[in-house]
Design a protein around this ligand. Sequence first.
Ligand code: ATR
Length: 282
Amino acid sequence: MKKLFAVLGDPIAHSMSPAMHNDLFAHYRLEAEYLPFQVQKENLKDAVKGLKALGAAGFNVTVPHKSAILPFLDEIDELALSIGAVNTVVNRSGKLVGYNTDGLGFIKGLETFLPQLANKKALVIGAGGAARAIYFSLAQLDCLTIDLANRTVQKAEELIRDCPFTNASRAFSLDEAAAKLGDYDLLIQTTSIGMHPNSTEQPLRLDRLGNKAVVCDIIYNPLYTQFLQQAKQRGATVQNGLEMFVYQGALAFEKWTGIFPDIQRMKTNVLQQLRRTLNVNR
Ligand code: ATR
């Protein structure tokens, strides 16, 4: 019998996960199907119960359910619990176990550009859900300095305080951070600023950026945000959000199947989907 996989979100129509995972199932000749389900907040509990009752082998959870799902799972991995958000669920003999592969997916993608993270100085821009997953996952590595910059400095301070891993992070406003950019080896843009259709916006000025910096943006529509384009013009190495998206999916796929999938294949699939459905600006 075919194994069932799914993604729960609202909205969900534009999710690229179903085609990406179904392509992998076909490629690895696995009898499985991955379906998108639009689930409203008030129906999340029933949807999770339903997937469990149907014997779904696993599923992803996306906006706005990543935190709300925690009480409906049987077990939660330690990192996901500290982040307070789950994006991947595995059905282990009838028990639903929640994980967060967003932050680790980001790190895996980053390591292809910057294999040595030790002793680097990083600045995370933003203090929302995505920043939390990335910041906690990086802090867990315990080998680099990470500061946070956010419009609301208090939220960045709270995030640093919430983190269970040792850190000596400082919180800055966006303007304060812009003035210190030369101090950082690595910039990670985690807000939605610059995302289509607001693609002319950017979170902070880059005139102090060093030309040896690595600059990441978790946005992938447009593929190269204004922020990344400017960073590139200043000589920085840039990485777009395609990496994080693909690697979070690869880590989920590995948890479900035991196979770490072909990343290049996944990227090609997602790029094809982006070209077909979104206004991609290369
Ligand atoms: P997500 O879960 O996708 O990370 P979120 O939790 O809504 O989204 O967080 C959005 C992040 O983008 C926050 O850091 C937010 O800053 P505030 O904490 O000050 O709200 C930031 N953000 C969103 N719109 C912004 C804007 N126009 N200018 C500056 N920061 C913005």
